[in-house]
Write a protein that binds this ligand. Structure first.
Ligand code: ATP
Ligand code: MG
Length: 268
């Protein structure tokens, strides 16, 4: 009896004469539908995997391109402006006694050149700040100082451990500075904060960077706003490096707390 039962259950639904023809017709499309669904899921997984890899590659290419452009601007435009400035200052010095009108024009030209040099420096700093070559800690210190200079928001830096503890993470300087840039830009634009604290910690097992402001706080609905890419970019960037990203309310007071952390040993 049991053997008969097993034999029956091993038959496919379509062979089973005990299943009414109408049910048999329903079962076949169901299996087909399941197969199609599975194939679609597989294809979607494959496609998101490919997209993630492409996005990681683009982020890497973007960094390389920023560095290349910064170097090129420094070596061509920057150097030429400097040479021009030296020539104009010589002209300015030599015309002081006998050619007051030329001397005056030279002084104006020097002022224009100073502005042009400052603009070029700013462009280079936005693309690939030269301080990145000095490592992670120096870069973060520089960024915090730059933020304070430009915004009426107090910005403090808190660093756990010793300076040398951060050396293994120097390979992360570029992504970490860009993440800090996006985070501080958000504080300046959205938080209405009086102060923001940047904290580095977790070495040597892990590198953690927290950006905590005392502003209005972030609304959960704003985490995936249409047309807003700063936070999405941070999440993708940190994910590509095998790290973690969280953003939420600052627990001690109102405000926003953004945390990124990366595993030990920099390989970026
Ligand atoms: N520190 C913060 N305090 C308050 N709100 C914030 C803070 N950071 C982000 N937000 C909110 O989260 C939203 C999404 O931020 P996100 O950086 O992704 O985009 P965005 O700054 O609007 O545009 P962009 O693409 O130029 O970065 C912001 O529009 C803002 O409403
Ligand atoms: Mg933003």
């Amino acid at each position: 009896m049991n053997a008969l039962k097993n034999e029956r259950s091993s038959k496919s639904v379509t062979d089973d004469k005990t299943v009414p023809p109408a049910s048999r017709q329903q079962q076949l499309p169901l299996q087909l539908e399941l197969d199609i669904c599975q194939q679609t899921v597989n294809a979607q997984n494959h496609s998101s995997d490919q997209l993630r890899r492409l996005s990681n590659y683009l982020m890497y290419v973007c960094d390389e391109e920023r560095q290349r452009l910064a170097n090129e601007i420094h070596d061509t435009l920057g150097q030429n402006l400097l040479a021009l400035k030296i020539d104009v200052s010589m002209l300015h010095a030599r015309t002081r006694k006998n050619h007051p009108r030329i001397n005056h024009r030279a002084a104006i030209m020097m002022e224009h050149l100073d502005v042009a040099v400052a603009n070029v420096r700013e462009i280079i700093n936005n693309l690939y700040p030269p301080v990145l070559k000095l490592g992670l800690l120096a870069s973060v210190e520089w960024k915090v100082g730059e933020f304070e200079k430009r915004h009426p928001i107090a910005c403090t830096l808190q660093v756990d451990g010793h300076d040398t503890d951060y050396a293994p993470y120097d390979g992360y300087s570029m992504p970490m500075i860009r993440i800090l840039h996006e985070s501080l830009k958000n504080v300046a634009r959205h938080a209405s904060a009086n102060c923001v604290n940047v904290a580095l910690s977790g070495v040597p097992r892990r590198l953690t960077m927290q950006v905590v402001d005392d502003g209005v706080g972030i609304h959960p609905d704003h985490l995936c706003k249409d047309g807003a890419y700063g936070l999405v970019w941070i999440r993708e960037r940190i994910g590509a490096l095998g790290g973690e990203f969280t953003i939420g309310t600052n627990a001690r007071q109102k405000g926003t707390m953004l945390t990124v952390s990366l595993p030990g040993r920099a390989s970026a």
